[in-house]
Design a protein around this ligand. Structure first.
Ligand SMILES: NC(=O)c1ccc[n+]([C@@H]2O[C@H](COP(=O)([O-])OP(=O)(O)OC[C@H]3O[C@@H](n4cnc5c(N)ncnc54)[C@H](OP(=O)(O)O)[C@@H]3O)[C@@H](O)[C@H]2O)c1
Length: 338
């Protein structure tokens, strides 16, 4: 009799109730793959974008989705030499490349898999892989952010932003970030030097004031639209912009020409290298995941709702899923009160 595993299966494109908990066969693995007992996963905007049907051409139903894993190796393929059963690992499964992480067991190509930081729980580690890998790719591989430079990080209180602030500070940059006023103490506690309330202040004017008219060396765009089109207005000469959001329509970036600006568009690539670098920062105490909610796999739809509601429900940072938990471990204050 074949082994089975519990999984949250996306059965149709739609609302948070589009998932069903099912028992599926445990997947087989190849010679350069590993089989992982998933302890925790996390929710990303990509997950609810897939769920509601934004990527119908890339995901065929029924599907197990999910883009963060922290767990323990159960078995390794015949040609895997870098890990052994019992090792604790964390990684992002290949995006649009097979089954995701909303399940008790996941099979991955070994080159995706990194050793879990020793000082993080599985829930914390799972909250880091996709957002941390994206930030590393944006700051280190693309923008080449340097000690002493100034960066504008949009959306500093979000899943990506909370890690971006910490990584930029670890690099030695001055950080200006945008967030609602009530989140300013929080983003400062992560290391931000200055915070701009994007709901009441024009961030272009604010950056102009904060930098004495010079502008910033790097803009990290986690929002899209205005934050991309107006990015040249906040850039210092030879500045760089990294955008991680879908570009839904043609953009006019003519102002960027006069500043000799460089633009980078990132759809994060998965590999172990970035995770190993993040692990060093985490184990030195320079970066720590920020978790605003932890729910069990059975409540995956609710976990999606919590992320989609965002700070209106009192969420800060990531929504994580403890795969073996039976009840919610942490719910944001306003969602809990509702
Ligand atoms: N390309 C890639 O590889 C990649 C990887 C990861 C993420 N992403 C994308 O990056 C985006 C952010 O992801 P996330 O995980 O950080 O999402 P998130 O956890 O939902 O955080 C988004 C944050 O942005 C804030 N915000 C909303 N509108 C804003 C504005 N106009 N100015 C400043 N801040 C604003 C939100 O605050 P409130 O809740 O207060 O509104 C929230 O704190 C998503 O679109 C996601 O799909 C792309």
């Amino acid at each position: 009799m074949s082994e089975t595993m519990k999984a949250a299966v996306l059965t149709r494109f739609g609302g948070p109730d589009a998932f069903e908990i099912q028992s599926l066969p445990v997947p087989s693995f190849g010679p350069r793959q590993v089989r992982v007992r998933v302890h925790a996963t996390a929710i990303n905007p990509l997950d609810y974008q897939i769920r509601r049907g934004d990527y119908v051409d890339y995901v065929s139903l029924p599907a197990v989705i999910g883009h963060d894993v922290s767990g323990v190796l159960e078995a390794v393929g015949a040609d895997v030499t870098e890990f052994a059963p019992g090792d604790e690992v964390y990684y992002t499964p290949k995006i649009f490349g097979g089954a995701g992480s909303y399940a008790e067991v996941h099979v991955a190509d070994v080159h995706l898999v990194g050793r879990k930081p020793r000082n993080l729980s599985h829930v914390e580690a799972a909250s880091l892989t996709l957002v941390g890998g994206t930030v590393w790719e944006a700051f280190v591989i693309r923008a080449a952010l340097r000690l002493g430079e100034t960066i504008l990080i949009h959306g500093g209180a979000g899943g990506v932003g909370t890690i971006a602030i910490q990584v930029a500070k670890a690099i030695g940059a001055r950080v200006i970030t945008t967030a609602r006023a009530r989140e300013h103490d929080f983003v400062r506690s992560l290391g931000a030097d200055d915070a701009i309330d994007y709901t009441s202040t024009d961030y272009v004017d604010a950056v102009h004031t904060l930098t004495g008219g010079r502008g910033v060396d790097v803009v990290f765009d986690t929002i899209g639209g205005d934050t991309l089109t107006r990015s040249p207005l906040v850039l210092a000469p030879l500045g760089r912009v990294v955008s991680i959001v879908d570009i839904a329509a043609p953009q006019n970036l003519i102002e960027a020409w006069g500043r000799n600006a460089s633009y980078h568009f990132v759809f994060t690539r998965q590999n172990r290298g970035k995770l190993d670098e993040l692990t060093k920062l985490v184990e030195r105490g320079l970066v720590r995941p920020v978790i605003g909610a932890v729910l069990p796999l059975e409540r995956i739809g609710e976990a999606h709702e919590v992320l989609e509601t965002g700070s209106r429900g009192g969420l800060r940072g990531k929504v994580a899923v403890d795969v073996s938990a039976e009840a919610a471990i942490m719910i944001p204050p306003l969602a809990a009160a509702a």
